[in-house]
Design a protein around this ligand. Structure first.
Ligand SMILES: Nc1ncnc2c1ncn2[C@@H]1O[C@H](COP(=O)(O)OP(=O)(O)OP(=O)(O)O)[C@@H](O)[C@H]1O
Length: 560
């Protein structure tokens, strides 16, 4: 028998309360000091790094449900640690920015949505929600940057749902073949679309709003059937949506809300032509008529995403919550110097230490990022052969295999997931205790999103990166990021970074700098593009007082 989400929430309620009670007062288990193998034998040539005490991630019982896993991020919730967000710096710019709220009660979201918020056990809005929801409810376009795991999904879903519930819309055309959604949420990956779909369904529970997801890699027939049953909010990846638009199975003429999640990633993945086609060349109402929301944890300031914002948004408000483009300091970041040939044994040591610290016979969920699909398969095979159940997610696996892998990982059945960047963005898996960058990415933004799979919703997490000479291009950005997130930067990494700075290693601008990517570039060099909205903004509130100064986008600035 299937149970409704609300029933599941109610059931979890009791279990979580019991678990909370059982675990709240427990002292953490004693943890051994871990000395990485490369430091036991050969210290790296560059320096004498201080040996950090390795604290294996612990499992707190209330955060670990050994249950069936389920799809998306749905069903499970863990307690958000709001104290972690108290002093977070916030910057807004744009005309007449609506003031933030402190509670959900202060905002008129409607009774049905408020009830669902309570069902989700969202007691208080997170900082990005405090600011973004009133802005969006006020009908304004928004470009919002906030750290990974800080509640951006609800920040764009709540105003959309509330707007649809309160809005008066023209009758949808009577056309059985074509679906006419009122809101469109675009996201870069299939898994993220599924997750947003699950979340949006929870938030729309018993409101009468229908949420449908469309993504590639699966037969289109089922999705078409879902669309035919009616759709108010369509969550989609750009490729599949284009397909549906070309078949005239979806029309965008009724769109009132457009949200782009992880917009920068969609552009990185080469989706720009498809997104522009969807937004500019089909039948979607123009900016200013529809309301447009752009969200990410990183918005590189010299990136095409800024152009996209100026083309898609009208008189928008720019919101940066936290030191955006930076990582949350809730994530303990470690970087260890590991030669390519030592990576596997080094990983094995980490996993052994972690296993020794596990509780209830369960191993903490560990997400291991590698560079290539082949590398992922081969590492998975090797881990499994060495007694560590692992699975993989990457672009060469079928969608069915990808979804199965994710379920198996979430449920704890396969506590290690080896992944390429396809799993780097947006996925909200509550019990990921450790992210290992087995292969570091070249781009610091990718690093930020990868490690952001842990340390979510105000909870702590651990991220370990294996660094060697092949990663020189990211050394400076990595050292800067760690410093900025109050992490201990190994001396050898500082030296590497210094060599990089002096050696003119500026080939990759994004990995060599651009830290505070989350800046309203309208404030740089008097940008004023076209008509219809992009303004020269100036209104800034910045309790944390960051981002001052440099107005020349070409020059190195305090943001770099
Ligand atoms: N107000 C709230 N109270 C309690 N929990 C919340 C609240 N808002 C969001 N959460 C929870 O916080 C977690 C992270 O939220 P979400 O996935 O939206 O983060 P995000 O900012 O989109 O992260 P990313 O940048 O990685 O995509 C989710 O499990 C969500 O249910």
């Amino acid at each position: 028998m299937t149970t409704s989400w609300a029933d599941a929430v109610a059931e979890n309620d009791d279990n979580n309360n019991n678990n909370n009670n059982n675990n709240n007062n427990q002292a953490p288990p004693a943890r051994p000091t871990y000395i990485p193998p490369h430091l036991r034998k050969n210290p790296p040539i560059l320096a004498n790094p201080p040996v950090p005490a390795y604290t294996a991630p612990s499992l707190s019982g209330n955060r670990y449900s050994g249950g069936g896993g389920g799809g998306g991020g749905g069903g499970e919730n863990f307690v958000i640690n709001f104290a972690a967000y108290e002093d977070i710096p916030v910057e807004t710019s744009g005309d007449n920015v609506p003031p933030p709220v402190n509670t959900f009660a202060e905002i008129d979201l409607g009774e049905a949505l408020n009830l669902n918020i309570r069902r989700c056990k969202y007691v208080k809005p997170t900082p990005v929600q405090r600011h973004a929801i009133p802005i969006s409810l006020g009908g304004r376009d928004l470009m919002a940057c906030a750290q990974t795991g800080s509640g951006k999904t609800a920040a764009f879903c709540f105003p959309i749902i509330s707007g649809i519930l309160n809005g008066k819309y023209a009758q949808k055309p009577r056309d059985m073949r074509t679906a006419y959604p009122l809101a469109l949420i675009l996201s870069p990956t299939r898994e993220l679309s599924c997750q947003i779909h699950e979340e949006a369904k929870k938030f729309s529970y018993q409101t009468g709003i229908r949420v449908v997801v469309a993504y590639g890699g699966t037969p289109v027939r089922e999705q078409l059937a879902e669309l035919q049953r009616g759709v108010d909010i369509l969550v989609a990846t750009p490729g599949r949506l284009n397909d549906l638009l070309e078949r005239a199975r979806v029309s965008l003429q009724m769109i009132r809300y457009l949200a782009l999640d992880e917009a920068d990633r969609m552009l990185d993945m080469g989706f720009e032509p498809q997104i522009r086609k969807i937004v500019e060349q089909m039948d979607m109402p123009p900016r200013g008529v529809r309301q447009t929301l752009l969200f990410s944890a990183t918005f590189p300031k010299r990136d095409t995403v800024q152009r996209l914002a100026s083309d898609f948004l009208a008189n928008y408000i720019f919101l940066a919550v936290g030191r955006v483009g930076s990582s949350t300091d809730l994530i303990v970041q470690r970087v260890e110097f590991v030669q390519e040939s030592d990576k596997r044994s080094h990983l094995m040591d980490l996993l052994h230490a972690q296993r020794d610290n596990g509780s209830h016979g369960k191993q903490a969920l560990t997400l291991v990022f590698v560079e290539t699909k082949k590398g992922a398969d081969s590492l998975e095979y090797w881990l499994c052969s060495n007694g560590f159940p692992a699975t993989t997610i990457h672009g060469d696996r079928s969608q069915q295999e990808r979804e199965h892998a994710l379920r198996s990982f979430k449920s704890g059945q396969t506590p290690i997931l080896v992944a390429t960047d396809v799993a780097a963005r947006g996925l909200d898996i509550p019990h990921v205790a450790h992210v290992v960058n087995f292969d570091l990415p070249n781009d610091i933004d990718d690093y930020v999103h990868r490690i952001g799979r842990t340390g979510r919703a105000g909870n702590t997490g651990l991220a370990t990166a294996f660094f060697n000479d092949n990663n020189s291009s990211i050394s400076k950005a990595l050292a800067d990021l760690m410093q900025e997130s109050n992490q201990e930067v190994p001396v050898w990494l500082q030296k590497h970074a210094a060599i990089r700075s002096y050696g003119g290693g500026g080939r990759n601008r994004r990995s060599g700098g651009g830290r505070f990517g989350g800046r309203d570039f309208r404030r740089d060099s008097g940008f004023n593009r076209g008509s219809g909205g992009a303004d020269n903004s100036g209104n800034t509130t910045s309790p944390g007082g960051y981002g001052s100064g440099n107005n020349n986008p070409g020059a190195p600035s305090a943001w770099d």
